[in-house]
Design a protein around this ligand. Structure first.
Ligand code: NAP
Length: 246
């Protein structure tokens, strides 16, 4: 316990699913957690529960497709905690299967805005605080879908592949400042977003799905000093979706 003691971590997409599990686990490891998403009641409730159990948390309601909201996440974190040590770019839009020819391009562009552009911009806004202190950990949540395209998944998988590449570029740029940048490529995880996108009931329908906490444990490792030798990496956490088992 206490692997992240005194560190300040921003977790996007913390209102549910993997982001929520990461925020809870970071708090239990002693981090001050800034939880952000659009659903105000959900992040207020989460922050309240973290504080009640002895941790420190701040909820910032924000829409990642709006640049000024991204700026506000960084500003409010610095105003409250004075520093940013860890950034987890977790939020993402998981769209249902739609062939490119049938795609509403407003949705396609929104997927790019939230899954990719917001990751780049929020990272750029958080890096100066890390560079000042020669320390930082950035964790991007990509996907097994970032490794290969598939039918009906063009927007999602293109953004997730781009995140792996973005991770490498930013890792190369920031290592001289003591910053590690890595990404996790989860396989299927039983979350609200996954259930909605694929119109199923989670583990009941597919017992091979992982629990969000399995990804959160890996995020704790990448956020802690234990991972000092790892940067620019894309870690496959395929769980039961591993093609080795197919
Ligand atoms: P989820 O249950 O759908 O949760 C998505 C989170 O992103 C929510 O907290 C949502 O909050 C937030 N979000 C979405 N659009 C947003 C926006 N415009 N502004 C701010 N926040 C926004 O998804 P999940 O399954 O936990 O997935 C989390 C991450 O893991 C995603 O990047 C996903 O691609 C990736 N992933 C998931 C799986 C899986 O099988 N579940 C596998 C591989 C990778 P609000 O709606 O409250 O804004």
């Amino acid at each position: 316990m206490g692997k992240l003691k005194g560190q300040t971590a921003i977790v996007t997409g913390a209102s549910r699913g993997i982001g929520k599990a990461i925020a809870v686990m970071f708090a239990s490891e002693g981090a001050n957690v800034v939880v952000t998403a659009r659903t105000e009641y959900a992040i207020d409730d989460l922050a309240g529960r973290i504080v009640q159990s002895g941790g420190s948390a701040l909820a910032v309601t924000a829409d990642l497709s709006i640049d000024s909201d991204l700026q506000r996440i960084a500003d409010e974190t610095l105003a409250n905690y004075g520093r940013i040590d860890i950034l987890v770019n977790n939020a993402g839009i998981i769209h249902p299967r739609i062939n490119l020819v049938d795609f509403d391009f407003e949705l396609w562009r929104n997927v790019v805005a939230v899954n990719l552009e917001a990751v780049a911009l929020l990272t750029a806004l958080c890096l100066p605080s890390m560079m000042q202190r020669n320390y930082g950990k950035v964790i991007n949540i990509s996907s097994i879908g970032g490794r290969k395209g598939s039918k009906g998944r063009s927007a999602y998988r293109a953004t997730k592949a781009a995140l792996i590449n973005l991770t490498e570029s930013v890792a190369a740029e920031t290592k001289p400042y003591g910053i590690d940048v890595n990404c996790i490529c989860p396989g299927g995880v039983d979350t609200e977003g996954y259930r909605e996108a694929f119109r199923m009931r989670g583990k009941i329908d597919d017992p091979s799905l992982m629990a969000p906490e399995e990804i959160a444990k890996l995020a704790v490792y990448l956020a802690s000093d234990d991972s000092s030798s790892v940067t620019g990496a894309a870690i496959d956490a395929f769980g039961g979706s591993n093609p080795l088992f197919a």
